[in-house]
Design a protein around this ligand. Structure first.
Ligand code: SAH
Length: 247
């Protein structure tokens, strides 16, 4: 698995997104208090943690399982003069030990799939203050007629992937009020994630040319990128922002 971490080392982002989209989602949390307490789950290298800290000027507690990502975030925070606002901590999004009602806003970009969309939204709300918000981005089908090749790939890689309507139904069923949702523009995938990842794959191919297992991992990642180039109209990342109503 060494190649996997080399593939994902020191990238700016570990999923599709960009600063404008983070700010657009944040603006949907209309009545967030000043100096909000934010929890960023599955923060990765923390591009969105930095954006949130700068915009909110409260506190951002950023959680990830992978320590090198946390170190990367701390370095960035230091460089940006935001260290006082960001607390990067190793933790499991499925087993958080915070006091109930600790946060005004829970954030998770490209990471709730690790727990499952519904399970995550159901578990995390206990950490919100009444009237608090959750904002998550989630891979969704945008059309109901995906080509066979694409459907087969995601049936293997993310079988729980749903369409937007099914995820909106989950949000309503859990008792959240929808504050808004939008599909991440394609540049969030191309410029911010697949571009750098594709260049990294090309770089690693020569080092792993004689290692069939590693080449298989690189090929699979390249296939994911190629499928998006061909079929981006069929699926995308949807940002959902919701408010927990007072009990
Ligand atoms: N939000 C970041 C990273 C998205 S990738 C970005 O958009 O760039 C998903 C992240 O979830 C990875 O950093 C991975 O290490 C983390 N992760 C996976 N399972 C986790 C878990 N159980 N608890 C906390 N983080 C987890």
């Amino acid at each position: 698995m060494e190649v996997f971490w080399e593939l994902h080392k020191d990238l700016n982002r570990e999923g599709p997104g960009n600063e404008a989209s983070t700010l657009r989602a944040l603006a949907l949390a209309r009545d967030l208090p000043d100096k909000a307490r934010v929890l960023d789950l599955g923060c990765g290298p923390g591009a969105q943690s930095i954006t949130l800290a700068r915009a909110v000027r409260g506190s951002v507690t950023a959680i990830d399982l992978h320590e090198p990502f946390l170190a990367q975030l701390e370095k960035r925070a230091d460089k940006e003069g935001l260290s006082a606002y960001i607390l990067a901590r190793k933790g499991d999004m499925a087993a958080l030990g915070f006091e109930p009602g600790s946060f005004d806003l829970i954030w998770s970009e490209g990471a709730i799939y690790n727990m499952g969309f519904e399970h995550g939204l159901d578990e995390w709300r206990r950490y919100l203050k009444p009237g608090g918000y959750i904002a998550v981005s989630e891979l969704c089908w945008l059309r109901d007629d995906p080509p066979e090749e694409l459907a087969a790939f995601w049936a293997m890689d993310y079988p729980a992937m749903k369409d937007k309507a099914a995820n909106l139904a989950i949000i309503a069923r859990l008792g959240y009020e929808l504050a808004g949702h939008f599909t991440l523009p394609e540049e969030c995938w191309r410029d911010e994630y697949y571009g750098p990842l594709g260049r990294r794959i090309q770089m690693l191919r020569s080092s792993y040319a004689h290692d069939a297992e590693s080449m298989g991992i690189l090929d699979l990642c390249q296939k994911e990128i190629d499928l998006y180039e061909r079929y981006s109209a069929y699926y995308g990342y949807e940002f959902f922002v919701m408010k927990m109503l007072a009990p």
